[in-house]
Design a binder for this molecule. Sequence first.
Ligand SMILES: NC(=O)c1ccc[n+]([C@@H]2O[C@H](COP(=O)([O-])OP(=O)(O)OC[C@H]3O[C@@H](n4cnc5c(N)ncnc54)[C@H](O)[C@@H]3O)[C@@H](O)[C@H]2O)c1
Length: 261
Amino acid sequence: MSLTDRTIFITGSGGVLGSTYVRRMLAEGARVVATDLPGHRAEALQAAHEGNANFRFYTLDVGEEAQVEEIFQRVITDGWEPNVVLNNAAITGEMLMGAGKSFPDFCDTTVADFERTLHTNLTGAFMIARQMDRDIVGRYPATLINVASMYALNGAHHPIYDGMPFKNFSAYGVSKAGIHGLTVWLAGYWAPRKATVNTIAPGAVFNGHSDEFQRRVGELIMAGRMAKPDEIADAMLFLCSAQAGYITGQLLNVDGGFSAW
Ligand SMILES: NC(=O)c1ccc[n+]([C@@H]2O[C@H](COP(=O)([O-])OP(=O)(O)OC[C@H]3O[C@@H](n4cnc5c(N)ncnc54)[C@H](O)[C@@H]3O)[C@@H](O)[C@H]2O)c1
């Protein structure tokens, strides 16, 4: 699939999936405007693509309104006007595990815990979309892809987390359901200005999980196993492409059949 006519802006690009998307997009000829928080993920991504003329990196915290409000003008001034935007950044289980923490039990969840996740995962996505509306939508055809999860419209299977070093966090699923609400709200609002917006809902992606966790989650998935990051990227690249131009307001589950039982 050719992406040579695409300049793709992506948030949270240094993570497991983000870095896979960037690698695959560059391989298909897209220009990629990668953004992330400062830190080891951002550094590794920049090191991996240093010298690639189609790759550009900007530091961006999607929870910081002032940063979001200036990002597209900076990118456009630098000659990297995006026609595809990916709301991919999120506080995920992986991130807290990496920090040596785990999500709290529901009864111990503070308002601050809950709102911190919502702020990044949902308010951050809203601010990116609002800025896209201000700076891009209506000026030329564009598309937004919001990243949800298999746990957006389906409940988490809590027993599979028993005894695991991580849990499934209430605010995560809530934020991912909300992001599809943003998609369907915007689809009709932007259609007259030739912008489309869709949601991709990745399933469980393998990232070094234990055999026991893989077995438990695999039993919930028709395909019987977790996804490889490249299998999510296959669908993401399609949504980014011109071939997806007549699709708007939709949610694409890429979950090995998890949501279809
Ligand atoms: N991996 C999975 O199994 C899975 C499944 C379903 C959905 N998803 C979704 O896919 C997306 C990518 O997931 P991943 O597995 O690559 O996660 P990850 O934790 O590896 O990466 C998340 C990225 O978001 C960035 N981020 C966090 N807070 C940010 C902020 N305030 N501003 C900017 N960037 C911020 C992190 O630095 C990181 O690079 C997320 O939206 C996630 O919810 C992942």
